[in-house]
Design a protein around this ligand. Structure first.
Ligand code: NAD
Length: 521
Protein backbone atom coordinates (compact mmCIF):
# COMPACT_ATOMS: atom_id res chain seq x y z
CA UNK A 1 0.00 0.00 0.00
CA UNK A 2 1.20 3.52 -0.69
CA UNK A 3 1.53 5.82 2.26
CA UNK A 4 -1.87 6.27 3.83
CA UNK A 5 -5.04 5.31 2.07
CA UNK A 6 -8.34 5.73 3.69
CA UNK A 7 -9.68 2.32 2.68
CA UNK A 8 -7.13 0.46 4.73
CA UNK A 9 -6.22 2.95 7.42
CA UNK A 10 -8.47 2.51 10.41
CA UNK A 11 -8.29 4.87 13.29
CA UNK A 12 -5.03 6.66 13.92
CA UNK A 13 -1.63 5.03 14.22
CA UNK A 14 -3.14 1.80 13.03
CA UNK A 15 -5.62 1.54 15.87
CA UNK A 16 -8.78 -0.47 15.49
CA UNK A 17 -12.12 0.83 14.31
CA UNK A 18 -14.36 1.00 11.24
CA UNK A 19 -13.04 2.52 8.01
CA UNK A 20 -14.42 5.84 9.21
CA UNK A 21 -14.20 5.46 12.98
CA UNK A 22 -15.99 7.83 15.33
CA UNK A 23 -12.86 8.35 17.38
CA UNK A 24 -9.16 8.60 16.63
CA UNK A 25 -6.82 6.74 18.90
CA UNK A 26 -3.42 8.41 18.86
CA UNK A 27 -0.30 6.41 19.66
CA UNK A 28 3.25 7.39 20.53
CA UNK A 29 5.18 5.53 17.80
CA UNK A 30 8.38 5.58 19.86
CA UNK A 31 6.79 3.50 22.62
CA UNK A 32 3.56 2.12 21.17
CA UNK A 33 1.51 3.68 24.01
CA UNK A 34 -1.93 5.24 23.43
CA UNK A 35 -1.65 8.95 24.25
CA UNK A 36 -5.07 10.33 23.32
CA UNK A 37 -8.50 9.50 21.94
CA UNK A 38 -10.27 12.23 19.96
CA UNK A 39 -13.77 12.47 18.52
CA UNK A 40 -14.02 12.59 14.72
CA UNK A 41 -15.79 15.59 13.15
CA UNK A 42 -18.78 14.56 11.04
CA UNK A 43 -19.42 16.18 7.63
CA UNK A 44 -22.13 18.30 9.29
CA UNK A 45 -19.68 19.49 11.95
CA UNK A 46 -17.15 20.37 9.23
CA UNK A 47 -19.77 22.40 7.35
CA UNK A 48 -20.64 24.21 10.58
CA UNK A 49 -17.01 25.06 11.34
CA UNK A 50 -16.44 26.36 7.81
CA UNK A 51 -19.61 28.48 7.99
CA UNK A 52 -18.49 29.95 11.33
CA UNK A 53 -15.04 31.05 10.15
CA UNK A 54 -16.55 32.23 6.85
CA UNK A 55 -18.76 34.62 8.81
CA UNK A 56 -15.72 36.12 10.55
CA UNK A 57 -13.56 36.37 7.40
CA UNK A 58 -14.77 39.74 6.01
CA UNK A 59 -13.64 41.57 9.19
CA UNK A 60 -10.31 39.73 9.03
CA UNK A 61 -9.81 40.81 5.41
CA UNK A 62 -10.81 44.37 6.27
CA UNK A 63 -8.06 44.54 8.91
CA UNK A 64 -5.46 44.78 6.16
CA UNK A 65 -2.00 43.26 6.09
CA UNK A 66 -0.71 45.20 9.11
CA UNK A 67 -3.73 44.26 11.22
CA UNK A 68 -3.38 40.60 10.35
CA UNK A 69 0.38 40.63 10.98
CA UNK A 70 -0.39 42.02 14.43
CA UNK A 71 -2.36 38.86 15.26
CA UNK A 72 0.03 36.47 13.55
CA UNK A 73 2.85 38.21 15.42
CA UNK A 74 1.07 37.24 18.64
CA UNK A 75 0.95 33.66 17.36
CA UNK A 76 4.72 33.82 16.60
CA UNK A 77 5.38 35.05 20.15
CA UNK A 78 3.22 32.26 21.57
CA UNK A 79 5.18 29.71 19.51
CA UNK A 80 8.50 31.11 20.71
CA UNK A 81 7.34 31.19 24.35
CA UNK A 82 5.95 27.66 24.22
CA UNK A 83 8.63 25.82 22.25
CA UNK A 84 9.13 23.09 24.84
CA UNK A 85 5.41 22.40 25.08
CA UNK A 86 5.12 22.24 21.27
CA UNK A 87 8.17 20.00 20.92
CA UNK A 88 6.93 17.64 23.65
CA UNK A 89 3.67 17.14 21.74
CA UNK A 90 5.50 16.78 18.41
CA UNK A 91 7.73 14.09 19.86
CA UNK A 92 4.88 12.26 21.53
CA UNK A 93 2.70 12.01 18.44
CA UNK A 94 5.41 11.41 15.83
CA UNK A 95 8.13 9.53 17.74
CA UNK A 96 10.75 11.77 16.16
CA UNK A 97 13.87 12.92 17.97
CA UNK A 98 13.99 16.38 19.58
CA UNK A 99 16.47 17.76 17.06
CA UNK A 100 14.19 16.85 14.14
CA UNK A 101 11.10 18.23 15.91
CA UNK A 102 12.86 21.51 16.66
CA UNK A 103 12.59 22.54 12.99
CA UNK A 104 8.87 23.16 13.49
CA UNK A 105 8.90 26.28 15.74
CA UNK A 106 11.90 27.66 13.82
CA UNK A 107 10.14 27.36 10.48
CA UNK A 108 6.79 28.69 11.74
CA UNK A 109 8.21 31.79 13.43
CA UNK A 110 10.31 32.53 10.34
CA UNK A 111 7.31 32.04 8.02
CA UNK A 112 5.19 34.48 10.03
CA UNK A 113 7.95 37.09 9.84
CA UNK A 114 8.60 36.40 6.17
CA UNK A 115 5.00 36.78 5.00
CA UNK A 116 4.29 39.48 7.58
CA UNK A 117 7.00 41.65 6.05
CA UNK A 118 6.69 40.56 2.40
CA UNK A 119 2.91 40.30 1.98
CA UNK A 120 2.52 43.92 0.91
CA UNK A 121 5.03 43.29 -1.90
CA UNK A 122 3.41 40.01 -2.95
CA UNK A 123 -0.31 40.86 -2.68
CA UNK A 124 -0.41 44.65 -2.44
CA UNK A 125 -2.38 46.44 -5.14
CA UNK A 126 -0.43 46.68 -8.39
CA UNK A 127 -0.48 49.56 -10.80
CA UNK A 128 0.06 48.45 -14.41
CA UNK A 129 0.91 50.62 -17.43
CA UNK A 130 -1.38 49.87 -20.38
CA UNK A 131 0.55 48.21 -23.20
CA UNK A 132 -1.49 49.83 -25.98
CA UNK A 133 -2.31 53.47 -26.85
CA UNK A 134 -5.93 52.30 -27.23
CA UNK A 135 -5.97 51.95 -23.44
CA UNK A 136 -4.31 55.30 -22.79
CA UNK A 137 -7.46 56.66 -21.14
CA UNK A 138 -7.57 53.77 -18.68
CA UNK A 139 -5.99 53.29 -15.29
CA UNK A 140 -5.10 49.62 -14.70
CA UNK A 141 -4.91 48.10 -11.24
CA UNK A 142 -4.65 44.52 -9.96
CA UNK A 143 -5.85 43.65 -6.51
CA UNK A 144 -5.43 40.34 -4.74
CA UNK A 145 -8.55 39.44 -2.77
CA UNK A 146 -8.40 36.39 -0.50
CA UNK A 147 -10.24 33.17 -1.10
CA UNK A 148 -12.80 33.41 1.73
CA UNK A 149 -12.07 30.01 3.29
CA UNK A 150 -9.00 27.87 2.67
CA UNK A 151 -9.10 24.20 3.70
CA UNK A 152 -5.78 22.59 4.52
CA UNK A 153 -5.37 18.80 4.59
CA UNK A 154 -2.03 17.73 5.95
CA UNK A 155 0.18 14.64 6.48
CA UNK A 156 1.87 13.29 9.59
CA UNK A 157 5.57 13.79 8.93
CA UNK A 158 5.77 17.47 9.96
CA UNK A 159 2.45 18.03 11.71
CA UNK A 160 2.78 21.80 12.15
CA UNK A 161 5.06 22.86 9.29
CA UNK A 162 2.76 21.22 6.73
CA UNK A 163 -0.49 22.56 8.21
CA UNK A 164 0.12 25.81 10.08
CA UNK A 165 3.00 26.54 7.69
CA UNK A 166 0.45 26.92 4.87
CA UNK A 167 -2.18 28.50 7.13
CA UNK A 168 0.19 31.41 7.80
CA UNK A 169 0.30 32.77 4.22
CA UNK A 170 -3.43 32.00 3.79
CA UNK A 171 -4.27 33.99 6.93
CA UNK A 172 -1.84 36.75 5.92
CA UNK A 173 -3.70 36.92 2.59
CA UNK A 174 -6.94 37.56 4.50
CA UNK A 175 -8.52 34.12 4.19
CA UNK A 176 -10.08 32.14 7.02
CA UNK A 177 -8.53 28.69 7.47
CA UNK A 178 -9.75 25.28 8.56
CA UNK A 179 -7.14 22.53 8.92
CA UNK A 180 -7.72 18.80 8.84
CA UNK A 181 -4.51 17.27 10.18
CA UNK A 182 -3.41 13.70 9.70
CA UNK A 183 -5.28 11.22 11.88
CA UNK A 184 -1.85 10.02 13.08
CA UNK A 185 -0.78 13.44 14.38
CA UNK A 186 -3.84 15.49 15.35
CA UNK A 187 -2.64 16.81 18.71
CA UNK A 188 -0.07 19.52 17.99
CA UNK A 189 -2.22 21.58 15.64
CA UNK A 190 -5.24 21.18 17.94
CA UNK A 191 -3.10 22.67 20.72
CA UNK A 192 -2.16 25.64 18.50
CA UNK A 193 -5.81 26.25 17.52
CA UNK A 194 -6.84 26.13 21.20
CA UNK A 195 -4.10 28.62 22.06
CA UNK A 196 -5.20 30.94 19.21
CA UNK A 197 -8.69 31.01 20.70
CA UNK A 198 -8.04 30.89 24.43
CA UNK A 199 -4.55 32.23 25.11
CA UNK A 200 -4.03 34.64 22.19
CA UNK A 201 -7.70 35.62 21.81
CA UNK A 202 -7.34 35.71 18.01
CA UNK A 203 -10.28 36.40 15.64
CA UNK A 204 -12.48 33.41 14.85
CA UNK A 205 -10.88 32.73 11.47
CA UNK A 206 -8.79 29.68 12.25
CA UNK A 207 -9.93 26.24 13.36
CA UNK A 208 -9.16 22.53 13.15
CA UNK A 209 -11.38 19.55 12.32
CA UNK A 210 -10.39 15.97 13.07
CA UNK A 211 -10.90 12.78 11.09
CA UNK A 212 -9.79 10.81 8.05
CA UNK A 213 -11.21 10.62 4.51
CA UNK A 214 -14.81 11.51 5.26
CA UNK A 215 -13.82 14.59 7.23
CA UNK A 216 -11.25 15.57 4.59
CA UNK A 217 -13.82 15.11 1.82
CA UNK A 218 -16.35 17.27 3.67
CA UNK A 219 -13.73 19.98 4.02
CA UNK A 220 -13.09 19.88 0.26
CA UNK A 221 -16.85 20.24 -0.34
CA UNK A 222 -17.21 23.34 1.83
CA UNK A 223 -14.15 25.53 1.27
CA UNK A 224 -13.14 27.85 -1.57
CA UNK A 225 -9.57 26.59 -1.98
CA UNK A 226 -7.87 23.33 -0.99
CA UNK A 227 -4.25 23.10 0.06
CA UNK A 228 -3.38 19.40 0.22
CA UNK A 229 -0.11 17.83 1.28
CA UNK A 230 0.15 14.06 1.25
CA UNK A 231 0.52 11.08 -1.02
CA UNK A 232 -0.16 11.35 -4.75
CA UNK A 233 -2.78 8.64 -4.32
CA UNK A 234 -4.90 10.71 -1.92
CA UNK A 235 -4.04 13.86 -3.89
CA UNK A 236 -5.81 12.40 -6.92
CA UNK A 237 -8.94 11.73 -4.83
CA UNK A 238 -8.89 15.24 -3.41
CA UNK A 239 -8.54 16.76 -6.86
CA UNK A 240 -11.40 14.62 -8.22
CA UNK A 241 -13.62 15.64 -5.32
CA UNK A 242 -12.73 19.31 -5.72
CA UNK A 243 -13.60 19.07 -9.42
CA UNK A 244 -17.23 18.46 -8.43
CA UNK A 245 -17.49 21.99 -7.04
CA UNK A 246 -14.79 23.49 -9.34
CA UNK A 247 -12.75 24.31 -6.26
CA UNK A 248 -9.11 25.16 -7.00
CA UNK A 249 -6.45 22.99 -5.40
CA UNK A 250 -2.77 23.05 -4.66
CA UNK A 251 -1.23 19.61 -4.25
CA UNK A 252 2.12 19.01 -2.56
CA UNK A 253 2.73 15.30 -3.09
CA UNK A 254 5.42 12.69 -2.82
CA UNK A 255 8.94 12.61 -4.19
CA UNK A 256 11.79 10.29 -5.10
CA UNK A 257 14.54 12.84 -4.83
CA UNK A 258 17.84 12.13 -6.59
CA UNK A 259 21.28 13.23 -5.46
CA UNK A 260 24.07 13.44 -8.04
CA UNK A 261 27.69 13.28 -6.88
CA UNK A 262 30.15 14.50 -9.51
CA UNK A 263 33.81 13.50 -9.68
CA UNK A 264 34.95 16.96 -8.54
CA UNK A 265 32.75 16.97 -5.40
CA UNK A 266 33.99 17.35 -1.84
CA UNK A 267 33.31 13.71 -1.00
CA UNK A 268 33.27 14.15 2.78
CA UNK A 269 30.62 16.85 2.49
CA UNK A 270 28.62 14.88 -0.07
CA UNK A 271 28.66 11.70 2.06
CA UNK A 272 27.69 13.54 5.25
CA UNK A 273 24.92 15.38 3.38
CA UNK A 274 23.60 12.12 1.92
CA UNK A 275 23.53 10.53 5.38
CA UNK A 276 21.65 13.45 6.93
CA UNK A 277 19.46 14.14 3.89
CA UNK A 278 18.45 10.48 3.68
CA UNK A 279 17.98 9.72 7.38
CA UNK A 280 16.69 13.05 8.79
CA UNK A 281 13.28 12.49 10.43
CA UNK A 282 13.82 8.77 9.80
CA UNK A 283 13.65 9.51 6.06
CA UNK A 284 10.00 10.57 6.38
CA UNK A 285 10.51 13.77 4.45
CA UNK A 286 8.98 14.47 1.06
CA UNK A 287 12.29 16.00 -0.07
CA UNK A 288 14.61 13.47 1.55
CA UNK A 289 17.48 12.00 -0.48
CA UNK A 290 16.23 8.63 -1.77
CA UNK A 291 18.44 7.82 -4.79
CA UNK A 292 22.13 8.61 -5.23
CA UNK A 293 24.09 8.56 -8.51
CA UNK A 294 27.86 8.79 -8.13
CA UNK A 295 30.43 9.25 -10.91
CA UNK A 296 32.69 6.21 -11.21
CA UNK A 297 36.05 7.73 -10.08
CA UNK A 298 34.65 8.75 -6.67
CA UNK A 299 32.10 5.98 -6.15
CA UNK A 300 34.13 3.73 -3.80
CA UNK A 301 35.29 6.64 -1.65
CA UNK A 302 31.75 8.05 -1.42
CA UNK A 303 30.14 4.72 -0.56
CA UNK A 304 32.73 3.97 2.15
CA UNK A 305 32.25 7.38 3.76
CA UNK A 306 28.45 7.26 3.50
CA UNK A 307 28.32 3.77 5.03
CA UNK A 308 30.57 4.83 7.91
CA UNK A 309 28.49 7.96 8.59
CA UNK A 310 25.16 6.08 8.49
CA UNK A 311 26.63 3.27 10.58
CA UNK A 312 27.41 5.78 13.35
CA UNK A 313 23.80 6.96 13.64
CA UNK A 314 22.18 6.38 17.04
CA UNK A 315 18.54 5.33 16.80
CA UNK A 316 15.84 5.17 19.45
CA UNK A 317 13.50 7.16 21.70
CA UNK A 318 15.60 10.11 22.81
CA UNK A 319 15.47 12.29 25.88
CA UNK A 320 17.53 15.17 27.20
CA UNK A 321 20.11 12.89 28.86
CA UNK A 322 20.35 10.45 25.99
CA UNK A 323 19.93 12.27 22.65
CA UNK A 324 19.44 10.16 19.53
CA UNK A 325 19.96 10.98 15.84
CA UNK A 326 17.08 9.06 14.28
CA UNK A 327 13.69 8.34 15.85
CA UNK A 328 10.72 6.13 15.12
CA UNK A 329 8.61 5.62 12.03
CA UNK A 330 5.43 7.60 12.65
CA UNK A 331 3.04 5.27 10.85
CA UNK A 332 3.19 1.45 10.92
CA UNK A 333 1.80 1.45 7.37
CA UNK A 334 4.92 3.30 6.27
CA UNK A 335 7.26 0.87 8.05
CA UNK A 336 5.64 -1.96 6.11
CA UNK A 337 6.21 -0.08 2.82
CA UNK A 338 9.88 0.52 3.65
CA UNK A 339 10.42 -3.09 4.69
CA UNK A 340 8.70 -4.33 1.52
CA UNK A 341 10.90 -2.20 -0.74
CA UNK A 342 14.14 -3.19 1.01
CA UNK A 343 13.23 -6.91 1.02
CA UNK A 344 12.34 -6.67 -2.68
CA UNK A 345 15.69 -5.03 -3.48
CA UNK A 346 17.66 -7.60 -1.46
CA UNK A 347 15.78 -10.43 -3.17
CA UNK A 348 16.77 -8.97 -6.56
CA UNK A 349 20.49 -8.71 -5.89
CA UNK A 350 20.95 -5.50 -3.87
CA UNK A 351 23.25 -5.48 -0.85
CA UNK A 352 22.71 -3.59 2.43
CA UNK A 353 26.09 -2.19 3.50
CA UNK A 354 24.51 -1.11 6.75
CA UNK A 355 20.99 -1.56 8.17
CA UNK A 356 18.34 -3.34 6.11
CA UNK A 357 15.91 -4.52 8.79
CA UNK A 358 13.00 -3.47 10.97
CA UNK A 359 14.07 -3.03 14.62
CA UNK A 360 12.19 -5.22 17.15
CA UNK A 361 9.73 -3.24 19.38
CA UNK A 362 8.63 -1.61 21.55
CA UNK A 363 8.07 1.25 19.16
CA UNK A 364 8.23 1.25 15.40
CA UNK A 365 11.75 1.59 13.95
CA UNK A 366 13.58 0.74 10.73
CA UNK A 367 17.39 0.64 10.66
CA UNK A 368 19.18 3.44 8.76
CA UNK A 369 20.06 1.61 5.55
CA UNK A 370 22.50 2.03 2.64
CA UNK A 371 21.78 -0.16 -0.38
CA UNK A 372 24.16 -0.76 -3.30
CA UNK A 373 23.90 -2.92 -6.44
CA UNK A 374 20.47 -1.42 -6.99
CA UNK A 375 18.89 -0.50 -10.33
CA UNK A 376 15.70 1.04 -11.68
CA UNK A 377 13.94 -2.30 -11.98
CA UNK A 378 13.66 -2.29 -8.16
CA UNK A 379 10.80 -0.64 -6.28
CA UNK A 380 13.26 1.03 -3.92
CA UNK A 381 14.63 3.08 -6.83
CA UNK A 382 11.23 3.78 -8.43
CA UNK A 383 8.60 4.26 -5.72
CA UNK A 384 8.70 6.74 -2.86
CA UNK A 385 10.28 4.99 0.15
CA UNK A 386 9.65 7.63 2.84
CA UNK A 387 11.95 5.85 5.27
CA UNK A 388 15.61 5.80 6.37
CA UNK A 389 16.92 4.12 3.21
CA UNK A 390 19.13 5.30 0.34
CA UNK A 391 20.09 3.38 -2.79
CA UNK A 392 23.43 4.21 -4.44
CA UNK A 393 24.32 3.61 -8.10
CA UNK A 394 27.63 4.04 -9.94
CA UNK A 395 27.38 6.09 -13.17
CA UNK A 396 29.87 6.69 -16.01
CA UNK A 397 29.39 10.44 -16.24
CA UNK A 398 27.05 13.32 -15.51
CA UNK A 399 24.94 12.54 -18.59
CA UNK A 400 24.13 9.09 -17.27
CA UNK A 401 23.49 10.55 -13.80
CA UNK A 402 21.01 13.04 -15.29
CA UNK A 403 19.28 10.41 -17.36
CA UNK A 404 18.72 8.23 -14.29
CA UNK A 405 17.85 11.15 -11.99
CA UNK A 406 15.13 12.23 -14.44
CA UNK A 407 13.89 8.68 -15.01
CA UNK A 408 10.99 8.98 -12.54
CA UNK A 409 7.31 9.91 -12.38
CA UNK A 410 8.16 12.28 -9.52
CA UNK A 411 9.82 15.69 -9.62
CA UNK A 412 9.83 17.30 -6.19
CA UNK A 413 13.44 18.25 -5.53
CA UNK A 414 17.01 17.03 -5.82
CA UNK A 415 20.64 17.87 -5.15
CA UNK A 416 23.93 17.99 -7.01
CA UNK A 417 27.38 17.90 -5.41
CA UNK A 418 30.47 19.00 -7.30
CA UNK A 419 32.67 21.96 -8.19
CA UNK A 420 30.22 24.84 -8.04
CA UNK A 421 29.99 25.86 -11.69
CA UNK A 422 29.94 22.25 -12.85
CA UNK A 423 27.32 21.26 -10.26
CA UNK A 424 25.21 24.29 -11.13
CA UNK A 425 25.29 23.35 -14.82
CA UNK A 426 24.07 19.84 -14.00
CA UNK A 427 21.50 21.12 -11.47
CA UNK A 428 19.79 23.22 -14.15
CA UNK A 429 18.95 20.01 -16.02
CA UNK A 430 17.40 18.05 -13.15
CA UNK A 431 13.66 17.87 -13.80
CA UNK A 432 12.09 18.94 -10.52
CA UNK A 433 10.77 21.92 -8.58
CA UNK A 434 13.90 22.72 -6.55
CA UNK A 435 17.55 21.68 -6.70
CA UNK A 436 20.14 22.22 -3.99
CA UNK A 437 23.75 22.63 -5.08
CA UNK A 438 26.19 21.25 -2.51
CA UNK A 439 23.47 20.98 0.15
CA UNK A 440 20.33 18.96 0.86
CA UNK A 441 16.80 19.78 2.09
CA UNK A 442 17.74 23.42 2.63
CA UNK A 443 15.43 24.65 -0.14
CA UNK A 444 12.48 24.14 2.22
CA UNK A 445 13.83 26.86 4.46
CA UNK A 446 14.55 29.29 1.59
CA UNK A 447 11.06 30.80 1.79
CA UNK A 448 12.06 33.49 -0.69
CA UNK A 449 11.87 31.08 -3.63
CA UNK A 450 8.94 28.89 -4.68
CA UNK A 451 8.87 25.16 -4.04
CA UNK A 452 6.50 22.71 -5.66
CA UNK A 453 6.44 19.45 -7.51
CA UNK A 454 6.76 18.72 -11.23
CA UNK A 455 5.15 15.69 -12.83
CA UNK A 456 3.26 13.59 -10.24
CA UNK A 457 4.81 15.43 -7.30
CA UNK A 458 2.19 18.12 -7.33
CA UNK A 459 0.39 21.13 -8.65
CA UNK A 460 1.13 24.63 -7.45
CA UNK A 461 3.84 26.08 -5.25
CA UNK A 462 4.39 27.11 -1.67
CA UNK A 463 6.83 29.81 -0.53
CA UNK A 464 7.76 33.03 -2.31
CA UNK A 465 5.14 35.19 -3.99
CA UNK A 466 3.29 32.12 -5.30
CA UNK A 467 2.95 30.78 -1.76
CA UNK A 468 0.58 33.60 -0.80
CA UNK A 469 -0.90 34.63 -4.16
CA UNK A 470 -2.40 31.19 -4.60
CA UNK A 471 -4.70 31.91 -1.68
CA UNK A 472 -6.02 34.99 -3.48
CA UNK A 473 -8.42 35.68 -6.31
CA UNK A 474 -7.08 38.25 -8.71
CA UNK A 475 -9.33 41.19 -9.47
CA UNK A 476 -8.31 43.51 -12.30
CA UNK A 477 -9.69 47.03 -12.28
CA UNK A 478 -9.87 48.88 -15.58
CA UNK A 479 -10.78 52.42 -14.62
CA UNK A 480 -11.77 55.06 -17.17
CA UNK A 481 -9.89 58.26 -16.46
CA UNK A 482 -11.66 60.29 -19.14
CA UNK A 483 -14.09 59.70 -22.01
CA UNK A 484 -16.92 61.43 -23.86
CA UNK A 485 -20.52 60.42 -24.27
CA UNK A 486 -19.53 57.31 -26.13
CA UNK A 487 -16.45 55.29 -27.14
CA UNK A 488 -15.63 54.82 -30.87
CA UNK A 489 -16.32 51.08 -30.46
CA UNK A 490 -19.89 51.60 -29.23
CA UNK A 491 -23.10 51.98 -31.27
CA UNK A 492 -23.94 53.10 -33.85
CA UNK A 493 -21.74 51.06 -36.20
CA UNK A 494 -21.08 53.39 -39.16
CA UNK A 495 -19.00 53.05 -42.32
CA UNK A 496 -16.77 55.89 -41.16
CA UNK A 497 -16.09 54.12 -37.90
CA UNK A 498 -15.23 50.89 -39.71
CA UNK A 499 -12.57 52.69 -41.73
CA UNK A 500 -11.26 54.43 -38.65
CA UNK A 501 -10.84 51.13 -36.75
CA UNK A 502 -8.97 49.57 -39.70
CA UNK A 503 -6.62 52.58 -39.94
CA UNK A 504 -6.03 52.62 -36.18
CA UNK A 505 -5.32 48.88 -36.15
CA UNK A 506 -2.58 49.39 -38.79
CA UNK A 507 -1.18 52.47 -37.11
CA UNK A 508 -0.89 50.83 -33.72
CA UNK A 509 0.04 47.28 -34.63
CA UNK A 510 2.10 47.76 -37.78
CA UNK A 511 5.81 47.40 -37.23
CA UNK A 512 6.98 49.21 -40.36
CA UNK A 513 6.04 52.71 -41.47
CA UNK A 514 4.52 51.75 -44.81
CA UNK A 515 1.99 49.54 -43.07
CA UNK A 516 1.39 51.96 -40.28
CA UNK A 517 0.54 54.73 -42.71
CA UNK A 518 -1.51 52.41 -44.89
CA UNK A 519 0.81 52.86 -47.93
CA UNK A 520 0.80 50.15 -50.56
CA UNK A 521 3.71 47.71 -50.65
P1 NAD B 1 -1.94 10.64 2.91
O1 NAD B 1 -2.18 10.95 1.49
O2 NAD B 1 -2.24 9.28 3.41
O3 NAD B 1 -2.80 11.59 3.86
C1 NAD B 1 -2.71 12.99 3.76
C2 NAD B 1 -3.96 13.58 4.38
O4 NAD B 1 -5.09 13.28 3.57
C3 NAD B 1 -4.29 13.08 5.78
O5 NAD B 1 -4.74 14.16 6.56
C4 NAD B 1 -5.43 12.11 5.52
O6 NAD B 1 -6.30 11.92 6.61
C5 NAD B 1 -6.15 12.82 4.40
N1 NAD B 1 -7.03 11.98 3.60
C6 NAD B 1 -6.99 10.64 3.44
N2 NAD B 1 -7.96 10.26 2.57
C7 NAD B 1 -8.61 11.37 2.18
C8 NAD B 1 -9.69 11.63 1.30
N3 NAD B 1 -10.29 10.64 0.64
N4 NAD B 1 -10.11 12.90 1.15
C9 NAD B 1 -9.49 13.92 1.79
N5 NAD B 1 -8.45 13.73 2.64
C10 NAD B 1 -8.02 12.47 2.84
O7 NAD B 1 -0.43 11.05 3.19
P2 NAD B 1 0.43 10.78 4.51
O8 NAD B 1 0.73 9.32 4.58
O9 NAD B 1 -0.22 11.43 5.67
O10 NAD B 1 1.77 11.60 4.19
C11 NAD B 1 2.85 11.05 3.49
C12 NAD B 1 2.87 11.56 2.06
O11 NAD B 1 2.89 12.98 2.06
C13 NAD B 1 4.12 11.14 1.32
O12 NAD B 1 3.78 10.75 0.02
C14 NAD B 1 4.94 12.42 1.27
O13 NAD B 1 5.85 12.51 0.22
C15 NAD B 1 3.87 13.45 1.16
N6 NAD B 1 4.39 14.76 1.57
C16 NAD B 1 4.55 15.73 0.61
C17 NAD B 1 5.08 16.97 0.98
C18 NAD B 1 5.30 18.06 -0.04
O14 NAD B 1 5.51 19.20 0.36
N7 NAD B 1 5.26 17.79 -1.32
C19 NAD B 1 5.43 17.19 2.30
C20 NAD B 1 5.26 16.17 3.22
C21 NAD B 1 4.72 14.96 2.85
Amino acid sequence: MESGTVETKVGANGSSGAAEAETLEVLNPATGETIATLPVDSPAAVAETVARVRAAQPDWEAMGIEGRYHWLGKLRDWILDNQDRILDTMQRETGKVRADASNEPTYLADTINFYGTQAAKFIGEESVRPHSPLLAAKKLRVQYRPQPVVGIISPWNFPLILSLGDAIPALMAGAAVVIKPSEFTPLGIAEVAAAWKQEIGGPDVFDVVQGIGETGGALVDNVDYVQFTGSDRTGRKVMARAAETLTPVSLELGGKDPMIVLRDADIDRAANAAAWGGMFNSGQVCISVERIYVEEPVYDDFVAKLTAEVGRIRQGADDARNPMDVGAMTSPNQTAIVEGQVDDALAHGARALTGGKRVPGPGDYFEPTVLVDVDHSMKVMRDETFGPVVGVMKVRDSEEALRLANDTRYGLSGSVFGERANAERVARRVECGAVNVNDVLVNYFASDVPMGGWKESGIGYRHGAQGIRKFCRTESLVITRFGGRREPTWYPYTRGRRGLIARMTKLINGRDWRRRLGLRH
